[in-house]
Design a protein around this ligand. Sequence first.
Ligand code: FAD
Length: 554
Amino acid sequence: MSSFNSLDRATVWDHMCQTPYDLLVIGGGITGAGIALDAASRGLRTCLVERQDFAAGTSSRSTKLIHGGLRYLKQLEVKLVAEVGRERATLHRLARHLVVAEKMLLPLVRGGTYGKAATSFGLWVYDVLAQVKGDDQRRMLSREATLAQEPLLRPEGLLGGGLYAEYRTDDARLTIEVLKTAARYQADCLNYAQVTDFVYENGQLVGAQVRDLLGEATATLRARQIVSAAGPWVDELRQADRSLKGKRLHLTKGVHIVVPHERLPLRQPAYFDVPDGRMIFAIPRGRTTYIGTTDTDYSGSKEHPLTSREDVAYLLEATNNLFPTAQLVWADVESSWAGLRPLIHEDGKSASELSRKDEIFISPSGLISIAGGKLTGYRKMAQRVVQVVARRLRATTGQAVAPGSTRRIVLNGGEFTSQQDLDAFAARIAAALQARDLTHPYYAWYLVHTYGRQAQQIVEAMSGNNEAALVLAECAFACKHEMVQRLVDFFVRRTGRLYFDIGSVHRHRMAVTAYMARHLGWSPDRTATETALLDQALHEAAHFDPQLVAATHH
Ligand code: FAD
């Protein structure tokens, strides 16, 4: 019963409770999604449960880059750079609309992290390891050429720059499309379903207690193998399994702030030095430019990491330091998000020094936990985990499992044969939107990069010629094909509007609430709850006084 129709939720739940699975995946972030797709496409009966919305953990809160990881080169993690570097090109091929090539500018400043010769060499090594070819290869720029490339840069202290290949994505959209693709291979996936405990026979895991957080029911899901891809929550589940020994997670918080593009009208993304020795990104995206990230040790609520005043001050100061004419002020910050890096603790290392490598832990009862890692490496991580699952299935039941094939599985919405094919499609969407009086190029850009081929369906479903009709057509699509259960699922993770077009949330929230309440049969109480949760999300994104935010949680 693989359905992403929001109305089918109860049926999916009933089906899951009655089905014996080969594999239960805990966690619907990018790691769990990747594992579900890899396993289901090898023919394993697979189910996945997520306690919040899909991607509501770290996988909607990253810098949204599919990157080769220049900083890992500095840490001499050559194998990691090579693997994720090459992986970028694969992901681009599987979802051209979602993994988009961009040139990143690395300004070189006096006293900065990278010198000119070292940068030239480093970027060259990076290109070789990542097998970057042709026009995409790094280009070193003189001081004058760097200023011409990005006139907002502070001229004093500027030595030159490097331009190199990176890919931009939308982490939450990537996660949902991977999950929808897994559902095509019959994986059963459910959001708002939490694993609360494990079930054992003879000391070995045979299932998990799961609570349906929307239906208030509890059931046992049975599976031969269980993988925990719970991100920052991995240790909680290891604790429930009584196997939390040895290495542990170390959580650090990373914040991004969003300003209107006209307030920081960068021509391309930039990766630049901060006076404290760290480096941060500023990335233009549609109507906005976003800036991040911070990196601080964290021990607060895992569901609600919040942006603090210090985080905002740090990012504003760092940006104004390099782009002095922008003079960004607090009032420019229209949205923000905070995410938690689930890093693996190493004695004596600071947060920024900890490796971003992933690791698999297997407990005596058979709980397979995957921790650490990157958005960029999700497909490879999934392959490794499912190989472990396959080995264990073969050993315990003799079941043979097919080799992985996700290199060839184009993601939902990504059915484009080439860049030209994508461009031609985008032109058709722009023309269709113009015919509906949505003439600003942003609309077509947004639709195509959010939904890929599915943009066509959304435009065709519009019942009027204005932005409201577009948003409602998106909402109808999200209800039918993307398992939205809450207003925030739609505004934050399916559309990214709360981060990158927050004004549109204010403009259309009433109409969307009315649509979802009618379509999903919400009671007045439920509608009030959903409204309050959206209010809270809007508040948290744009208000940075911790006490004010804490007050809204009660
Ligand atoms: P998550 O996305 O957190 O998913 C785990 C899920 O498990 C959660 O949704 C949670 O609700 C669920 N869960 C937990 N417990 C249970 C339970 N008991 N039952 C059911 N479900 C449960 N990587 C890149 O490649 N590029 C970047 O640009 C980048 N930037 C980053 C910037 C920041 C600030 C941060 C914090 C990370 C960044 N990363 C980046 C890393 C990347 O975002 C993460 O590695 C990745 O998103 C982790 O995904 P995950 O699925 O492992 O964890």
